[in-house]
Design a protein around this ligand. Structure first.
Ligand code: DGY
Length: 328
């Protein structure tokens, strides 16, 4: 199979994963970190130069795959293997129309993303943004007079989407004396019983939760699901956390809800756009804690994601079943 060529879209790819590909194929690798990052066309030009004749593409970016790339690739391109769980940036309809396959990297990242969700819950509810500002200014409140937060203890935690990440969040929170876990979604999940999580309607979840974690992929259905109306159903002490995708949230509505203290606080690992411009109005809010999309960013998790992406290609190009195909 050494006559088959595989393109890795970025120079940031763990050596163990590269080796898996190199053992089977001729591997081409873009020298650039990101395709088409704003202000730089170098990555894009290099991908367009390298991709003709390739049978598979490892996509290491949240930036969109474009028709231009697929056109340049040619019809021998069989598999796009994205090193991410989310695949909203991979134009799945287009891949299907072209008879190509798509694989992603679910599950391996659930523990790492769930750790960040727990971090955001604590950071937002204990007002780390304001508290860190105090430390930076050297103006700590001393004694009893502190910025007061909200307890996880005896709270109701609502998970929107009890998939791999949502389940991992519940597991991790089980040591925090949470009174009740509830979740919403398309249907009841068999895993929920062991987690003592109760299936409820989305409205019930919004109305009863003290903490709300969005852990769903971005689809036509979930886009802007957190909006003026749904925020309006949340409790005034509610802490909202998003580890899915920025576009799940109407950010103007979230800004208003936080500014007017209609909800208590929010923690975001994902925003629209990314990076969020440093003068963005969201960043003026003391009751918002933001991270730069680091959910899966641990050494081990990124390695496991990259290896899974590589093994998908090995299987796909050697006639074996794909390990984690996306249903197109
Ligand atoms: C994912 O895998 O979808 C994470 O958000 C990293 O992109």
């Amino acid at each position: 199979t050494k006559n088959l060529k595989v393109l890795v879209s970025s120079n940031d790819y763990p050596p163990t994963a590269l080796k898996i590909l190199e053992d089977h194929f001729t591997v081409l690798q873009s020298r650039y970190l990101n395709f088409g990052q704003e202000g730089s066309t170098l990555g894009r030009e290099e991908i367009l130069k390298l991709i003709p004749g390739c049978s598979a593409l490892v996509w290491i970016s949240n930036l969109p795959i474009t028709n231009e790339i697929l056109d340049a690739a040619g019809t021998q391109l069989k598999i796009v293997s994205t090193v991410s769980a989310g695949y909203n940036h991979c134009i799945p309809e287009e891949l299907r129309a072209r008879g190509m396959q798509l694989t992603n990297t679910p599950n391996v990242l659930s523990p790492a993303v769930a750790e960040v969700a727990v971090g955001l819950i604590l950071s937002a509810s204990r007002r780390f943004t304001e508290n860190l500002d105090q430390v930076r200014r050297g103006e700590w409140e001393i004694g009893f007079d502190k910025v007061l937060g909200q307890d996880l203890r005896d709270s109701t935690v609502g998970i929107i989407g009890l998939g791999g990440i949502g389940q991992a969040v519940v597991k991790r929170l089980s040591g925090f004396d949470v009174a009740r876990f509830i979740y919403s979604g398309h249907r009841e999940k068999p895993e929920a019983k062991a987690l003592r999580a109760e299936f409820v309607s989305q409205d019930t979840l919004l109305e009863q939760s003290d903490f709300i974690v969005a852990a769903v992929p971005l689809t036509n259905e979930t886009k802007l699901m957190i909006n003026k109306e749904t925020l309006g159903k949340m409790k005034p002490n509610a802490v909202f956390v998003n580890v899915g995708r920025g576009d799940l949230v109407d950010q103007d509505a979230l800004y208003d809800a936080l500014k007017n203290k209609q909800i208590y606080a929010a923690g975001l690992d994902v925003t629209t756009p990314e990076p969020l411009p440093k003068d963005h109005k969201l960043l003026t809010l003391p009751n918002l804690f933001v991270l730069p999309h680091i959910g899966s960013a641990t050494v081990r998790t990124r390695r496991e994601m990259a290896e899974l992406a590589a093994n998908n290609i090995v299987n796909g190009l050697t006639g074996k079943p794909l390990l984690s195909p996306v249903k197109l």
